[in-house]
Ligand binder design. Structure first.
Ligand code: SIN
Length: 483
């Protein structure tokens, strides 16, 4: 890893403005999934370090919440500027630990930074209300106040954007945070934390510690000082965290798994649909919770669509994300590749056909060939489970009703996509799909201005946009009498 600013490569925890080793000196290895090389070892924190970080956040919160919104806004803006200034180094760190192609890492750095810029602009616009009183001598007013110390638990698939999407609005609202990045990708989060220090965000407002997931998670969920927990990750872990948060009645935001349908109707612009499916499915090697998981294609255009998609997929270049030509990198580890290949095997055993790929790629243990399956049915694992890999299962349908039924036949409800040029169908479908996000003639739906989040088992709450701020605010109502 060649960095212009090697001081961005942090391996200690940031607690109360200090870079610290784990109390017991323990560390965890960070492995490059492209070649299996250990690129760093980071401090393996436990419950005691977490408790210290929470105490620091709790102290820092008192001053941070009393600063003007404008002052918090300026601090977030300085942090944004530093991230953009170090975009290339941050992208290199991300590709080294996460595997995604460098171009995607650069894109994620910009996407992640955009949440800080957005919420820097939202900070001074947190308005309360004056509400007509219920009696002549009463006046009703609302204030919005920060919830307090926030625990942020973030995943490995978007190691910067998922952090800033939580920390941006939390800090803008006046909260202090304790962040636990995924053990597979702590370096990106720690580099971002170093830039928070350089942006003069006060000590204790941002704390970041990697390490023992159970011990850190246990303390974050049990400690009464933590008033809110925000998590991005699997539905299974989300459910566990919700249970753990119940004892201290914390506010929670959960951005969990998905099983996105991507529907192509017979009146779609086929080239646009193929391009949309390609980017939506194979971005980050299929490791996003909004990736097309099931591609539903109307029967009269099915074969033409499948043929064009297969040609586009055959042209995708698989390899180490550091090589500039790479378009599909490795999965996060070999276990993930095994799991994806297991789903392909299950589909094939039940009668699906492999139109492209279908095997582990020659590049290494963590690589899977970009794959297209046809003849997929709803009893196959690729239809029911979140694939989290570069596998596109194609399902044929005939009518709009059938498409809706197949699309909604899942416990998840995060993102759905469809391609059609019929305005009536566009409205009908948009309203009938049980999903928090619907991409219409568009395969990329993520941006800082829009509310990201799901229904059903895909989670609770929204991130980004004007709605993202509410997740970190309490509404306090003042009832004034005797007027
Ligand atoms: C996710 O996979 O959790 C987020 C994807 C995105 O923000 O686009």
């Amino acid at each position: 890893m060649k960095l212009k600013d090697p001081r961005l490569l942090k391996t200690q925890a940031l607690i109360d403005g200090q870079w610290l080793d784990a109390d017991d000196g323990g560390s965890i290895p960070v492995v490059n999934p492209a070649d299996g090389e250990v690129i760093a070892r980071v401090a393996r924190c436990q419950g005691t370090e977490t408790r210290r970080a929470i105490e620091a956040a709790s102290r820092a919160f008192q001053d941070w919440r009393s600063q003007t919104a404008k002052a918090r806004s300026r601090a977030l803006r300085r942090w944004f500027d530093l991230i953009i200034a170090h975009q290339e180094d941050l992208a290199v760190i991300m590709t080294a630990e996460q595997g995604k192609p460098l171009a995607e890492s650069r894109g994620e750095v910009a996407y992640g930074a955009a949440f800080l810029e957005w919420f820097a602009e939202e900070a001074p616009r947190v308005y309360g209300d004056t509400i007509p009183g219920p009696a002549p001598d009463k006046r009703v007013v609302t204030l919005k106040q920060p919830v307090g110390v926030v625990a942020c638990i973030t995943p490995w698939n978007f190691p910067i954007a998922m952090l800033t999407r939580k920390v941006g609005p939390a800090l803008a609202a006046g909260c202090a945070v304790v962040c636990k990045p995924a053990s597979a990708t702590p370096l990106s989060a720690l580099a971002i934390a170093e830039l928070a220090v350089r942006a003069d965000i006060p000590a204790g407002v941002v704390n970041v510690l990697a390490g023992d997931t159970r011990a850190i998670g246990g303390e974050l969920t049990a400690n009464p000082e933590v008033r809110k927990l925000t998590f991005t990750g699997s539905t299974a872990v989300g459910k566990m965290l919700l249970e753990q948060c119940a004892a201290t009645v914390k506010r929670t935001s959960m951005e969990l798994g998905g099983n996105a349908p991507f529907i192509v109707f017979n009146d779609a612009d086929l080239d646009a649909a193929v391009q949309g499916a390609l980017i939506c499915k194979f971005r980050n090697a299929g490791q996003t919770c909004v990736c097309a998981n099931r591609i539903l294609v109307q029967s009269d255009i099915h074969d033409a669509f499948a043929e064009r998609l297969a040609a586009a997929v055959a042209a995708l270049r698989v390899g180490n994300g550091m090589q500039p030509e790479t378009e599909v990198g490795p999965l996060i580890d070999s276990k993930a590749a095994d799991s994806v290949l297991g789903m392909v095997e299950d589909a094939v055993e039940l009668g699906a056909e492999v139109l492209a790929g279908g095997q582990r790629a020659v590049n290494g243990e963590c690589f899977v060939e970009p794959t297209i399956l046809t003849g997929v049915r709803s009893d196959m694992r690729v239809f029911r489970e979140e694939i989290f890999g570069p596998v596109a299962p194609l399902v044929k349908f005939d009518t709009d009703d059938e498409a809706v039924e197949l699309a909604n036949d899942t416990e998840y409800g995060l993102a759905a996509y469809f391609y059609s040029r019929d305005i009536g169908r566009v409205w009908r479908m948009a309203e009938r799909l049980d999903y928090g996000i619907v991409g219409i003639n568009e395969g990329i739906i993520s941006n800082e201005a829009a509310p990201f989040g799901g229904m059903k088992a895909s989670g609770i709450g929204r991130e980004g946009s004007k709605y993202g701020m509410d997740e970190y605010l309490e509404v306090k109502y003042l009832c004034m009498g005797g007027i």
